[in-house]
Design a protein around this ligand. Structure first.
Ligand SMILES: [Zn+2]
Length: 260
């Protein structure tokens, strides 16, 4: 599977050359989108990714550094469909959101734009589903399982609103942390180990990332959602990473493409 990093910055102030969190996993001709920080669809299009191959979108939680680009992504897909006179290659977009209530706000943002397209027979067709702890998708190509984490607080009778994802495709396992409260939130998703772990480094000291990953059966550690500690001490972080993991860990950059 191919992982295209569209945004690798934590939700701090804007940083040079980095947008907020998003990556798209490609297998065959299908695109599986994970989080949608602002501008993610623009970056993907400019990387040469065919947005009309989108199959599904998985949002980890509703903070703006993860969802701020979702209206733009849905709009870009629709716009490209009209400009290129092509339909989506895999039918309606499956949209997995931890809080379906947010969809109404997104629809409202999109509504005025969509009115311009409807005379051309272009509709925004999505199949929304709320994320809970379960297998969200198993389409014979890709299996995606959601695991709640404690990044967002909740009362006892409220549903979980923040998730990490395990993605299985091509005989490989990829785990995406989303944002977590502590790395032990990932223990269940990592119970079988994984070929690659995309781990957020925005809320933790660099040493904590190393210590946790060393204790797990992870082939490749991909640092993303990079926080100020890593970005402001980039050389020292990169050196420490190399000393600890050799070539098996990478501080990801926007527009980086990694095959696992
Ligand atoms: Zn975040």
């Amino acid at each position: 599977m191919k992982i295209n990093f569209l945004g690798t910055c934590a939700g701090t102030e804007p940083m040079e050359r980095r947008r907020y969190s998003s990556f798209v996993m490609e297998t065959g001709d299908k695109l599986y989108w994970f989080d949608a920080g602002e501008g993610c669809s623009r970056t993907a299009h400019l990387m040469g990714i065919d947005l009309l191959n989108i199959h599904s979108i998985f949002i980890s939680h509703s903070h703006l550094d993860h969802i701020g680009g979702l209206p733009g992504l849905l709009w870009q897909v629709t716009k490209l469909s009209m400009i290129q006179v092509r339909e989506l290659n895999h039918g309606k977009i499956k949209l997995f959101l931890p809080d379906l209530g947010k969809l109404e706000a997104i629809r409202e943002i999109l509504q005025s734009n969509m009115k311009d397209y409807e005379p051309y027979g272009i509709k925004l067709e999505i199949l929304p589903e709320e994320v809970t702890d379960r297998v969200l998708l198993d389409d014979g190509t890709v299996k995606v399982t959601a695991y709640h984490n404690h990044h967002l607080k909740k009362e006892e009778n409220e549903p979980w609103r923040s998730f990490s994802y395990k993605v299985e495709a091509e005989g490989k396992i990829l785990v995406y942390s989303g944002d977590v409260k502590s790395y032990s939130d990932l223990d269940d998703a990592l119970s079988e180990g994984c070929n690659a772990l995309i781990i957020e480094t925005g809320h933790f000291k660099v040493d904590e990332v190393y210590e946790y990953c060393k204790s797990k059966n992870v082939d490749k550690v991909l640092f993303s959602h990079c926080g100020k500690e890593i970005l402001e001490h980039y050389e020292a972080s990169a050196q420490k990473l190399k000393d600890t993991f050799g070539d098996n860990a990478i501080i990801c950059e926007d527009r980086m493409v990694i095959e696992i």
